[in-house]
Each structure stands twice: as C-alpha cells, then as structure tokens.
Design a binder for this molecule. Sequence first.
Ligand code: ZN
Ligand code: ZN
Ligand code: FE
Length: 781
Amino acid sequence: MAAAPEHLAAINLESQCAHYEVNVRGVVQGVGFRPFVYRLAAENCLNGEVWNHSCGVTVHVQGALKDLNIFVRRLKQDLPAPARIDELLVTEHAPREYSSFTIRKSEKTGSSFAHIPPDLALCNDCRREFESHNDRRHAYPFINCTQCGPRFTIIKSVPYDRPATTMASFPLCEQCSEEYHTPTDRRFHAQPVACPECGPQLSFLRRKNGKWQAESQAADPVHDAAQILRNGGLLLVKGLGGYHLSCDACNEAAVRTLRLRKRRNDKPFAVLLSDMQLVERWCEVSPNESKSLRSPQAPIVLLQRRPECPVAPSVAPDTRMLGVMLPYSPLHLALMNSVQRPLVMTSANVSDDPIEYRDSLESTRLSTIADGVLMHNREIQIFADDSVVRVVKNRARVWRRSRGYVPRRVHVQPPFQVPVLGFGADLKNAFAIGKDDSAILSQYLGNLESDSCNDAARTALDHMLTLFDVHVEQTVCDLHPEYISTRLAEKWSRTHNIPLCRVQHHHAHLAACLAEHNEVEPALGIILDGTGYGTDGTIWGGELLYGNNSFFNRMGRLALVPMLGGDLAAREPWRMALAWLNAAFGADVYELDAVIIKDIKNKYGDHSLQLLLDHALINKCAETSSMGRLFDATAALIGFGVRHQYEGQAAMWLEGIMHREFQGLYSIGIEINNGMIEMNPRQMFRELLRDLRQGVSPQTMSRRFHDSIVEAWSEMTIQGVDLLKIDTVALTGGCFQNAFLLDELSTKLEHKGLRVLLPESVPCNDGAIALGQICIANAQE
Ligand code: ZN
Ligand code: ZN
Ligand code: FE
C-alpha cells in the first residue's frame, strides 16, 4: 500500500488517542483547581481523573492528541486567579480504560505540610452574584466560592475540610449542599460555602452607658454600623483575620479621636476605598499597583497620593504615601455600599498590641474604644493582619506578609535535612518552619515588646505547628542575647529538648533573599538595615556581606559611631544626628550654629550635649554601622527635628520630601579600614551643615543625600565584586523599603552588568529574618 500523503499522516497523529499524566505543583489546592480541571477536560472531550495529594495535584487525561495539547495549554492560560503553577510536568503513558472524567477523593499521603491555602479576596463571579438582586445570595456578606473567601483564618486542623473549620457549626442547606457536591459547580468542595439560609449572620452592638447592647432583631446591622461612621463615630468591624477599627477617613476630628483612643501618634493608617475609579482619582496608580490592589491577596498598597486627595491630614502625617485597599470581603463591600465614604481601616488594638480577633471584646482594652461593633458568628480561628505591599521596579514587594500570603510556602533549595523552626527578630516578628523543600513564614506578629504580643506569637506558633503537624528537630534564633525572640527560642528549645543555633541578623537577611531566588551559590549582599547584633559586639546595619547559607564574610561597612543613649537612639533620631556631627566636627559640635543643636539645648538643657558625649566616651556605649540610623541622623538634622518617632518614620519623612530632580552629590569617603571597604560620611555632614547655613531647602538636601548614598554603595559594591570576581549581588535590609534607594541602586548595579537579586514575596525588613535563619541552620553540620 502506498504511504499516506504527509498532511493526512499529520491529521491521523493529531486524532490518535493518547494519555497524559500531568503533575502540578504550586498554589493548586483550595483555589478551585480541580473543578477547573474537570471543566477543561469536559470541554475538550477528555476522560480521566484528577486528585489532590500532599505534593500538589495529579491529572490523568486521555483523548485525541490535539485535544490533550489544548488541555495542557489552557491549564496554564486560563488558570483561576488565585491559583499559581510553580511546576508542571507532563508524562505520556499508554492509553488506559477510562469512560468518563472523575474527581477522585484526596489522598492523604505522608505529611500534610504546605496544604493550607491563604485567605482570598472576593472574586468577580461572587461579586456579580452579590450585586444581582435576583440571586439568592444578593448582598450576603459571607458569599464565597472555590476561588474566594476565608481559608487560613478559619482552619482548625487538616485535612482542610469543612468539619475542620469554624464553618462546622453551620450545616449546609439543601441548595448549598447540592452546589458543594456537584463537580461542575463553582462551589464544588468550597469548604466555607454558605448562604443567608444556612450561613453566618451579622449583628450590631452599640455602646450605651459603658455597656454593649444589641439592637433589635428588625434592625439592619450594616445600616446601623454605617450610621455610626457617618456621624463621625468609631466602629469595630470583625473582618477575615481580626477586628478593624474604622472611622470616616475624610473626617479629621474622627481620625484624631481614633488616634487618641488607640494611643497611636503618627503612624499612618490604611484607608479602604470603594473602587478603582476613586483610587485613581485620589492617588497615582500604575498598572502594576492597580493589579496588586485587585489581586486575590488584596493587600494594602502604598500609593503616592495626589494633592487633591481629600483624606484627613491625620490619616498619614509626614508622608505623601497613602496605604490603600479595596473591599476584599463581601462584608467590607456591604459596609462600603451603605456608608458611601472612604474609611480608615486599622487593626483593632491599643498602641502596639496584636490585632484582636476573639469575640470577648468586654475583656479587652478595646471595650471602651469604639461606639459600635459590627460582628458576626463565624469564628476566627487564628488572626492575620492586612498585608502591605509597595510596587517598586514594576513588582509588588511585600512589606508586611500576612493575610492573603500566609501560609503560602517558599520553595527552598537544598531541602531541609530535618524540620527546623526559626524564631525571627524582635521587630516585625514572624517565625518560620522549614521541612522537606518548603519553608512557611508565619503571619506578621508585630513587635515583640509587650506581653500580649509575646502571647500572640506563642498562640500563632502552637497553631501553625499543630496545623502542619511538624515535629521540629532544630531551632534557630538571632545572635542578639537580649532579644525577646531569643529568650522565647531558648525557653522553647529547652522545654522540648531540641538543639538551638544562633544566626547573625544580617547573614539571615542575605540568606532570606537568596532563598527566595533559589540561589545557592555565594553572592555579595548589600544589607542596609536598622540594627542587628554583630559578631564583634557592635551593632551592625550597613554591611557588605559575602556568603550563602553556609558562611559569610564581612567585606565592608558604614563607619562606626556611638549610639548615644543606647536603644533610645533608635527612637530619637536627634541622638544619631549628634553622634554624626560629633564625628564630623569633634569638640566644635557644642558651639555649632545649627537649629538642631539649639533645639537639643532648649529641650534638654545647655549641658545635655556634653553630658551625652562624655557619657558615651566613659561608658563605651555601643557603636553602630547602621544605615537606618544614618537616615535618622540626616532627617533630624535637616528638619525632622527633636521628636520621638515610630520605627522608620524619620527615614520615611526624608524620602517623602525629596526633590524630584538630581541636585548634585555630597562627598562620602570610601576607604579601606580594618581590611574592610568602609564608607565614611563625615565630610557629608560638614557639607550638610554648610547647606543648612546657606538656606538650601530640605527637599534639595534630601535629594543630595539619597543620590550620594546610592553612589557610595554602588562604588563599594563594585569594589567588592571586583575583588571577589563574582557577578551576583543581593539588596536587602529594612532601608530598602525606601523605593528610591531600591530602584536607583539596583538599576545602577544592573547597568554595570551585575545580576541583582531583590526581595519580592518575602519582605526586605525583619519579617524575613526567620526564613534566613532556617536556611542557614539547615546548612550547618
Ligand atoms: Zn468567589
Ligand atoms: Zn445555604
Ligand atoms: Fe534587620
């Protein structure tokens, strides 16, 4: 028989029956992935099966080769928004017996690690139903589906099934049950599925004569809550991961009252805006910022506000940035629809306590703060604050990693030899668990300063260890002997009889950044940070560290100055200004004609300067190479002045006032000292003082400072990589929350041909320390 023409052969091949096994890893569980696969198979006339297991999802599909290829392509292309594919492996097998496509029961093989999805923002389909008057879930504040709704914050134990969540107390009605059990339904196996018939309900309490009182049954809770807000009152709102404190964001008196009662001075509040149109009217929004706001994680996105933005001045003093989020839960949407005002939404707590998430408000400090509370009867199992991101260099960079991101895993190389627990640092604390090839960072736990924060950290730790069923065999903490996290770790490892190792703070910063990029080779880290305990007993924070998980060498640093007043120097920037002026002018500092010197004398007495400097000399107060403190010093000198701050405030002010155009450079010395490349800004302080005397604007000085810092670190980095003959550098540390610094320095280094790694899904600040710790511990013998 003659051979078939070529085009016919091709058609035959295309229509031949074939069998693919597709293994998918990534965010593929609890996000509607299996129903999506089911629909895709049905649309392409394929048979086979799909199931979940501890490593991801496996699909077997069988049918015409061309349909199989379409299936695989669409699997990647049409992926549901909250899902993410990290790895997709297709293997071909001989065809088997399949007469239909089925969703098989989940396999509970091996460990349950990394099985728990994060909370997801309201999806577009649910939003449409919420807004449709004919839908049975119209305006229902707990509407959700496989692609949206609460997850992490309602799960009590694994496997992730409804009985193991706080939804267990709501038996499904007939209709919901039908949806839950139908593979083609978009609520198939949506564990928190609910409707007005069978699901959670809202209630509203008003504070009258110091007591919480429920409104009559007939009242509409959302309407009553909105009334409070419109009248300038303060409202507690029970959200996904905890309670928010809320007020009208355009009502200055209300915002001031909120600050007063919450006992919070200047730290910016986030605002909830109704929709993208409003966000665009009030803030400058790039396409990537818009994408972040509308993402399933729905974080607070830091935006540049426009001059016409009418948000009350007290919402975010000292900065042009505004933290904005969109209504990410149907409850927030219901509230926004009713109140028709932009709202301040801040974690419900007093000063720096952890976010409140339990319903026993009477017993907390919050009981006297608000005028009303909008709550519901779906219990929050564990808290999670709102996450915060800032878009720099076209990527959303996570500053605070919490709701929406936790407990997403970070794939780590090489795999963990034994399960490891890292305790992190004291500021912006998060702990991390490492097992197999995954690391899981906990939610944001705040600053470990108060007892209540420490309690919250312990609660979160117990919850996570139970949830993931991890039996820790190695613990790790910071080198700082006086960190609260260090003491927690010491106690924990003693109680459980598990070895503890200690890791230098900035080595951990470097390791975390490398881990995120799956980089195992040594790189040069440019770690510009607040403070961290060094191996030589000084306080580090402006470092060139060469290393990876196994080792590090300190190649360079910022020159040392004393931290006048010790820990107080971190809260009172003028102390660092004085330290640097003293370094620049020596004894002449007492008579300097500078506003800051006069202000210090006015506030603390004529002899305060001498006392402080003598004290530093006699008592050998700790010296520091901290870049964060250098930013503080410069800010205090050029206009931030003599006042208290929250961490990072002075630096944020300095970034905020910066002139938009290049204004020239200050002189910064780069010398070799103690075998290290050392940056010395003494001369810069002389020039800053000259500028001050000549009446140069703070805007110009800030710009010169920023450009000079970028120039100096760029130069030092080049010297470092030339010496090492490498081309990979990692930029991290809390100072890189400064978008200008991150953008300019990384771009400059890229132009010099370097491969630059930047933090993205893991914060550049101390929220990343625990991840670095566990990776380093894993590399120790
Ligand atoms: Zn949905
Ligand atoms: Zn129902
Ligand atoms: Fe740090």
